[in-house]
Design a protein around this ligand. Structure first.
Ligand SMILES: [Zn+2]
Length: 305
């Protein structure tokens, strides 16, 4: 165990387009993203990072990058780390090993081609790496990636692995390769762990509560992995019906309810996040992974289930 383990916050962004995803999931039809929305959201994020002098890690979704390579280049040009969020944003537990490989390979080819350089890390859609498909980690290592940040170290309804190591760590895999896992942050609260570091939680929890929880994690020398999505930074009301193929239209009442769900308290996110960016040291996922890799003498063995 290292005694002088550096601890820092990381801001990770799963760079995807809200309307493109929702439309595809609802109708099965893959459309181009609306042009202005993702531009506006990306600019807000870049401006906030620029203003606070911090660097983030952007996990890029292939099906969006395909339409907007210019924006991926813009993010990279500002010195932020570029990682992968897969190509088609499919729950990885629904794919077999070959299909998972194909999705990741396609995403890697596209994104490395756009930025003209390597990528090192991955975040699975819906945090869909659990004890049933740990081979995804082997695929990542086979593709030359050095870290993954997809595992929730807590069993939640839709994802997570109960009792998984909450610390960043290096693992040796059944295929003889290694991978660093940077798990999502959970925080102790009233005797149990709760998720706290995602956009949905940052939106829902009051600022004083978040400040208290993050202060405690920082005092306990915990690494904190914040994970956000572009739409969460938007200054405009999001309308789920704008980017839909016709056959996917909801009724007016349903549209209203969905919109309410996505927009409620969203305006508070930017202020809360900016305050965290100002208060704490932030480093990229890659920096964390490199540190873990170089300081671990004997990696933990992660077997096949
Ligand atoms: Zn996603």
């Amino acid at each position: 165990m290292e005694t002088n383990k550096p601890h820092a916050f990381t801001l990770s962004i799963d760079w995807e387009d809200f309307g493109q995803l929702l439309g595809r999931d609802r109708s099965g039809v893959l459309t181009a993203p609306l042009p202005k929305t993702i531009d506006r959201q990306t600019d807000i994020m870049l401006e906030m990072l620029n203003e606070t002098g911090k660097k983030a890690t952007f996990f890029i979704l292939g099906m969006l990058a395909e339409h907007r390579p210019d924006l991926v280049k813009k993010i990279a040009a500002e010195g932020h780390e570029i990682g992968l969020h897969g190509y088609y944003h499919i729950n990885m537990r629904k794919l077999d090993r070959q299909q998972a490989y194909d999705d990741l390979y396609k995403a890697k080819e596209l994104v490395t081609g756009i930025i003209g350089g390597p990528v090192y890390g991955y975040r699975a859609p819906y945090f869909s790496v659990d004890e049933t498909n740990l081979y995804v980690l082997e695929i990542l290592a086979e593709l030359g990636l050095i870290y993954d940040s997809s595992i929730f170290p807590l069993k939640l309804k839709r994802y997570g692995i109960a009792n998984f190591n909450k610390e960043d760590a290096l693992y040796s895999l059944p295929n003889g390769k290694q991978i660093v896992e940077l798990p999502l942050t959970v925080a102790p609260f009233r005797g149990k762990d709760i998720p706290i570091a995602g956009g949905g939680y940052i939106r829902a929890f009051p600022k004083f509560f978040l400040n208290k929880m993050f202060r405690k994690l920082d005092n306990d020398q915990q690494n904190v992995m914040l994970y956000m999505h572009p739409y969460e930074f938007d200054t405009r009301w999001i309308d789920c019906s704008t980017n839909y193929p016709d056959k996917a239209k909801y009724s007016k009442a349903k549209t209203f309810l969905i919109n309410l769900r996505w927009n409620l308290f969203r305006g508070t996110i930017r202020g809360k996040l900016k305050s965290l960016l100002k208060q704490y040291e932030f480093i990229t996922c890659l920096k964390k992974a490199e540190y873990v890799k170089s300081s671990t003498h004997s990696p933990t063995v992660l077997g096949r289930p």
